[in-house]
Design a protein around this ligand. Structure first.
Ligand SMILES: Nc1ncnc2c1ncn2[C@@H]1O[C@H](COP(=O)(O)OP(=O)(O)O)[C@@H](O)[C@H]1O
Ligand SMILES: [Mg+2]
Length: 252
């Protein structure tokens, strides 16, 4: 549940590497990533396909153990924890939002939002679940099954679910990838409005990235640059010139 201690960085990774395979066939999906996400910020992670975005998220989430380096969440270095400890930690301290929503089809919106509390062994707190549904604008849909909700509404249920345990960080992988642009706008505004929360969102849409406080660019498993107060045009321009960014980094 909500901790009283507030680490300055909700999520920090240092020297993060992840290598798949060995020898000449080895793929360095992450080749030494250092990033710190201050509590209460909304960051977009961008990069071309294959640049390591998904690997970064799964390592940050403790779903996958990095080859090297450290992941610190809420001041806790989880990298070398056992699988069980990381699973327990993840259930309470990390919220996930997926492109495909991943709601349980046979549970109502309210039951879906309460599910992480059940999985973490807590009694579902009805008032808390209701207030989260209100926060995402779905008070009147509490009893609905996902199949009777629009894509945007389903994603808002998923965001309420991601918030329910009071996680240190919310990790979102292309959360608007399946939504039309108007619905995507509502979901991104909602993510941006969570200013007491730390949100890290992988996207390859410059318009989506522009809702974040800052953008981090990954190329070939490395941080190739970052941009504060992004605009869609500036992000699109940068994405078109990522090779230049890599050259600048290499020269500095
Ligand atoms: N399980 C895996 N086994 C082998 N190679 C992988 C695996 N997962 C990812 N990769 C490789 O690591 C690189 C980064 O992948 P990924 O993190 O999925 O990139 P992105 O999400 O930016 O498209 C790619 O070259 C990909 O092919
Ligand atoms: Mg990916």
């Amino acid at each position: 549940m909500n901790t009283s201690t507030q680490a300055p960085f909700a999520l920090e990774v240092s020297g993060l590497t992840r290598t798949y395979g060995e020898g000449v066939g080895a793929v360095h999906a992450l080749a030494g990533v250092d990033l710190a996400f201050p509590s209460g910020t909304f960051t977009a992670v961008m990069g071309p396909s294959g640049s390591g975005k998904s690997t970064f998220l799964t390592c940050a989430a403790g779903l996958e153990r990095p080859t090297g380096g450290a992941v610190v969440i809420d001041g806790q270095e989880i990298t070398r924890w056992s699988e069980d400890d990381r699973t327990r930690f993840r259930r309470e301290r990390i919220g996930f939002v997926f492109q495909g929503f991943h709601l349980m089809p046979y549970l109502t919106a309210e039951q879906n939002v309460g599910l992480p509390l059940r999985l973490a062994g807590h009694r579902p707190d009805r008032a808390r679940v209701r207030s989260l549904l209100e926060r995402v604008g779905l008070s009147d849909r509490a009893g609905h099954l996902p199949g009777t909700l629009s894509g945007g509404q389903q994603q808002r249920v998923a965001i309420a679910r991601a918030l329910v345990t009071g996680p240190a960080v919310i990790l979102a992988d292309e959360p608007t990838g399946s939504l039309d642009s108007r619905t995507a706008h509502d979901v991104l505004r909602l993510l941006r409005s969570l200013d007491d929360r730390t949100v890290v969102m992988v996207t390859h849409d410059p318009v989506a990235a522009a809702y974040a406080d800052s953008v981090v660019f990954l190329v070939d498993g490395r941080v190739a640059g970052r941009m504060d107060a992004p605009t869609a045009d500036a992000v699109a321009g940068q994405m078109a010139h990522l090779d230049d960014l890599v050259a600048v980094e290499a020269a500095s």
